[in-house]
Design a protein around this ligand. Structure first.
Ligand SMILES: O=C(O)[C@@H](CO)OP(=O)(O)O
Ligand SMILES: [Mg+2]
Length: 429
């Protein structure tokens, strides 16, 4: 079995929104092949690594992704030929040096990440290991709490629903991952019936959650608590709630504009608003409660609410150790969202997770709103003992496929599998 990278090739494919994205194939000198594809966000942080796409992300065959494809087929292919696919850091460093920019804008973070992931998968394949085992070794036995996004709002619902982007359920009381997926799905189905009873739309948003038109950000939480009970579970005991308001999207001129409620709040008022929600609903995790540039606001948020819920930075940290380190030093949050394509290589993602764990921070592994059926993040979550992940509703193939892969991994671990449960959510401060 060879480990020598012979060539990488790329093509343009569609993501789950029907927008173009990149797929990479990597080959060893004995003609073994592995494939990886790269997702794309809608509520992207401004400090994310730069993907090469058309401005509006909509044109298949447009310049952006085609340019990234060309770079892989020519420049990148020439540079990586001959590297050992097991030497992931060496390969990733080579790609960083080749690009030469701080934010991967020359070759494109999508091109770079696709090569990085395809090479890792090839190494796993040629060492005859599953990807999760190859990436995590013997410590890879922690199955994450699946945080299922069952109500979509914000830009993922084209502004027709709640201001908050994601309302997720976390079935942390389940004994196993498979049971958690089953429970989450039961709540999702119960929610559908509740919405229908109220004559609300059950059409879904980008991540498969329902996107009803509501008149406040409390209403989805009320529906969810009701759905948890209707499905036969205890809110807070068996199943809790995680929210990602993605507040950078409604932050302007120093205020948080909640259109559904007709208010514009300061960071302190927004924090009080969240405190009120935490009084009334079993919220265990709040992601991007404040905006990516509101560092002072985050400090206050953490002081007030760090002991009540895991406070996760997504747009704030963009999976970048530089910003996560600042967050740790200044005590701004208790966890980082982890998205491979925010930073652009596997090695840098491993560094971000290691830094978080070193300081007792949580790691919330995440898909993107524009996904492919690639299940790399499911394996990575188990490999890195990330503890909880979000990958949408238990609906829409590109989301379901990640949950299905986690169930496969759990089954192959047998008695050695351990379900993360409630303690995976970091509460402190
Ligand atoms: O904000 C987020 O956390 C993500 C994923 O749910 O959305 P997007 O991929 O659109 O940035
Ligand atoms: Mg987010």
């Amino acid at each position: 079995m060879s480990f020598v990278l012979e060539k990488v090739t790329a093509r343009e494919i569609l993501d789950s929104r029907g927008n173009p994205t990149i797929e990479i194939e990597a080959f060893t000198s004995d003609d073994q092949m592995a494939r990886a594809s790269v997702p794309s966000g809608a509520s992207t942080g401004s400090r994310e690594a730069v993907e090469r796409r058309d401005g509006d992300k909509k044109r298949f065959g447009g310049k952006g992704v085609r340019d990234a494809v060309n770079s892989v087929n020519t420049e990148i292919c020439g540079a990586v030929k001959g590297t050992d696919v097991r030497e992931q850091r060496q390969l990733d460093n080579l790609l960083l040096a080749l690009d030469g920019t701080e934010n991967k804008s020359r070759l494109g973070a999508n091109a770079i990440l696709g090569v990085s992931l395809a090479a890792a998968r090839l190494a796993a394949q040629n060492t005859r290991q599953s990807l999760w085992r190859y990436l995590g070794g013997l410590q890879a036995n922690l199955l994450p709490v699946p945080c299922m996004n069952i109500i979509n709002g914000g830009v993922h619902a084209r502004g027709q629903g709640a201001d908050f982007q994601e309302f997720m359920i976390a079935p942390h009381g389940a004994p196993t991952l498979a049971e958690a997926v089953r429970q989450g799905n039961e709540v999702y189905q119960a929610l559908r019936l509740l919405l229908l009873e109220k004559n609300l739309s059950t059409a879904v948003g980008d991540e498969g959650g329902f996107a009803p038109s509501v008149s406040s950000n409390r209403e989805p939480l009320e529906f969810i608590v009701h759905a948890i009970e209707k499905a036969g579970y205890r809110p807070g005991e068996d199943i809790s709630i995680c929210i990602d308001p993605a507040s950078s999207e409604f932050y302007r001129d120093g205020r948080y504009h909640l259109h559904s409620e007709g208010s514009a709040l300061s960071a302190q008022e927004m924090t009080d608003y969240y405190a009120g929600l935490m009084d009334d609903f079993p919220i265990v995790l709040l992601e991007d409660g404040l905006a990516e540039d509101d560092w002072a606001g985050w400090k206050y948020l953490y002081q007030q609410l760090g002991s009540r819920a895991e406070l996760v930075g997504d747009d704030l940290f963009v999976t970048n150790v530089k910003y996560i380190r600042r967050g740790i030093e200044e005590e701004l949050a208790s966890a980082a969202l982890i998205k491979l394509n925010q930073i652009g290589t596997l090695s840098e993602t491993l560094d971000a997770v290691a830094l978080c764990h070193q300081y007792g921070w949580g790691t919330f592994m995440s898909h993107r709103s524009g996904e492919t059926t690639d299940t790399f993040i499911a394996d990575l979550t188990v490999a890195l003992r990330a503890g909880h992940l979000k990958t949408g509703a238990p609906c829409r193939g590109e989301r379901v496929e990640k949950y299905n892969q986690l169930m496969r991994i759990e089954q192959s671990l047998g008695n050695n599998a351990h379900y993360a449960g409630f303690q995976t959510f970091v509460h402190r401060g």
